[in-house]
Design a protein around this ligand. Structure first.
Ligand code: GDP
Length: 296
């Protein structure tokens, strides 16, 4: 991993001390470092290009105010632009609908859907005082249904049974019916994932979406996926109206550049970050903090 970008930038900042205005030359040098750092953080190339162009636009000719040097001002611009690109502030989960609010989980197998379903259930119970039901539509992997049952129990939520001999749409209808009858506030629907994107899987999840009319359709993506996250995100965005992203495995050693790419490709806000394997390892995504992590 490259030495921290902020450190490198500070060095450049020192070199350009004593100028009152950000010049083209200052910007070029610093942006070269930023570009490399973003590529090393696995941000997709077109996303890096766009980002650099925006920072350049904002920075060029900008007057430097107060006690800031042009370099410091530029670092500030880079940080702010990074945070803004990933979504300013903290995006909360949307439950503004007639209960039960349905949350549909989408993503590749191994991304962390089942774990996140249970983490989110626990989060909604504890932070929002909601009554939460989970159900698995993964009829291809009995182990996945069982896994959801186990983690739902750990979360203190309720689990609606399903089995491999049922159709995902029938499971969804039955779970929704149960949630209505028993006054659940939220129904979280875990879906089948595949190792790679395929049309049958996309059709199935589209049908589930049409049936359930979820208030949130969350795309779960592994931060360690790096460059591949872009293609996955694009495929899911084309199949579904995504309302948010959950970036998992941020406790790993990736710099989390996928956040920038996935946000750029889908346009959906990053709502949550998975920060451990444990049931309480879910946090609201904080773009400001994540910008700091990417800058290193
Ligand atoms: P699914 O196939 O998308 O349902 O993925 P799973 O929920 O089964 O998760 C796949 C693996 O990733 C499991 O071993 C999880 O424990 C692990 N995992 C999920 N989220 C996180 C996270 O935020 N951090 C870490 N370290 N591991 C995670």
């Amino acid at each position: 991993m490259a030495s921290a970008l902020t450190e490198k930038l500070s060095r450049l900042v020192k070199q350009i001390r004593g100028q009152a205005r950000i010049t083209e030359a200052n910007v070029q040098d610093m942006l070269r470092e930023v570009r490399m750092a973003l590529l090393e953080a696995d941000v997709a190339l077109p996303v890096v290009r766009d980002f650099i162009a925006r920072v350049k636009d904002k920075a060029l000719g900008q007057e430097v105010v107060g006690s800031l040097t042009p370099g410091q001002a530029l670092v500030g611009i880079i940080h702010r632009e990074l945070a803004a690109t990933m979504g300013e502030g903290v995006a909360d989960v949307n439950l503004a609908t007639q209960p039960p609010a349905v949350i549909l989980m989408a993503g590749l197998q191994g991304a962390g859907k089942t774990t996140t379903t249970a983490k989110l259930a626990k989060w909604l119970i504890e932070r929002r005082k909601k009554k939460v039901l989970t159900v698995s539509g993964d009829v291809y992997r009995p182990a996945a249904i069982e896994q959801l049952r186990t983690v739902t129990k750990q979360a203190g939520a309720e689990w609606f049974p399903s089995s491999p001999d049922q159709k995902p749409l029938d499971i969804a209808r039955a779970a929704l019916d149960h949630a209505r009858k028993h006054y659940f506030d939220v129904l979280i629907v875990d879906t089948a994932g595949r190792l790679a994107i395929d049309e049958a899987m996309m059709q199935e999840i589209r049908a589930l979406h049409a049936e359930l009319k979820p208030v949130e359709t969350l795309f779960v993506v592994d931060a360690m996926q790096g460059q591949d996250a872009v293609n996955t995100a694009r495929a899911f965005k084309e199949a579904l109206p995504l309302t948010g992203i959950v970036l998992t495995k941020l406790d790993g050693d990736s710099r989390g550049g996928a956040a920038l790419s996935v946000r750029a490709v889908t346009g959906a806000p990053i709502k949550f970050a998975g920060v451990s394997e444990k049931i309480d390892g879910l946090e609201l995504f904080d773009a400001e903090r994540h910008a700091g992590r990417i800058l290193g």
